[in-house]
Design a binder for this molecule. Sequence first.
Ligand code: UDP
Length: 403
Amino acid sequence: MMREYSGIAPRGDLQLLQRLGDKLKGRSFLHINSTRAGGGVAEILQRMIPIMKELGIEARWEVIEGDERFFDITKKIHNALQGNREQISREMWEYHYEVNRRNSERLDLDADAVLIHDPQPAPLIDFRKDGRWIWRCHIDVSDPMPEVWNSLRRHCERYDAAVFSVAGFARAMGTEEFIIPPSIDPLSEKNMELGKDDVSYALQKFAISPERPIILQVSRFDRFKDPVGVIRAFRMVRKYNDCQLVLAGSRATDDPEGEAVLKEVMEYAADDPDVYVLLLPPFSDRDINALQRAATVVLQKSLKEGFGLTVSEAMWKGKPVIGGAVGGIPLQILHGATGFLVHSIEGAAFRIRQCLNNPDMASRMGEAGRKYVRNNFLITRQARDYLSLWYSLEHPGSTLLKL
Ligand code: UDP
């Protein structure tokens, strides 16, 4: 399988990955998160585990279980860490801990390296056995509610290391911090090459016209992704340019707010025949791939964003991407070169029109974007980084840099 990446992923990444794989062969690497499907973390794990196994590492992926109350609490924690005002009471934190304690009895936590993804399973550190424990933060913690961050930090600081997607998210913590941006897999169903027929088949299935320009945003139905803002921007554009808008999203089992947001979006789209709100079943990777390939311009107009895998996915397909200038998006979009960063609905509308009216510019941006993703955001690079981190935690040296 690693051989399949040669010629696609940068050679240097593959060489180093293979070397690290040789060093860590036969050792165990456990990942834990809170959902199998929906959202970027599951997306990456789906592909990261087979790659690790291919290298000879005993990689496992476990998912913590929780009830409705648990996921309501963790969604509130998530929202507060991304800057919303939320009340997280002591009882709620205790319940968060208690559900994790119960999961610790069910899960086999024995591994040489354990990577715990996001706040939901963070308290599992209390039940660590052996090995190196790393906390992986995927969310936008550039400006969290201080009291919520402080409560969570009690757990995170007890890990051997913490990993953030973007340097600006790293906080002064009592543990070592590393920056590893997420990535996409060029060989997955979501990102592999598709034929023209596959693309037209998908458009036909959703009754979208192949003749008219398509503006697309793929996201969970989450207010931080600003789906209503996208519709408003689209309506400004459509006064001058013929086009259609596709908002595609699915459910995530750890996101209880999805239904309400979907309803809001449906109401806002009302019976506008040019706005397609598609609720896709989980694992609709091929359809999403096709929609991204069919799009003329791709949006990710988030208001907060840990990284935004959808941005790299669209860039990989050679599309100009217009993204909110927040979180991990500016790491991916080079403003004016691979797409545009925007700060408002009006800004988004302006840039959509610029892309629609300048197809040559749009395709140049798309090409530049694909190269940029190849060099920086493919999964082979991220696998390399995870293994380097694990290796370096086992072989600590002197600190050269005082960060
Ligand atoms: N995604 C999907 N189906 C959907 C909506 C999203 O498969 O209906 C995928 C999307 O292609 C991307 C991931 O879920 O790979 C979302 O990751 P991102 O980092 O953009 O956002 P998150 O959901 O993690 O906040």
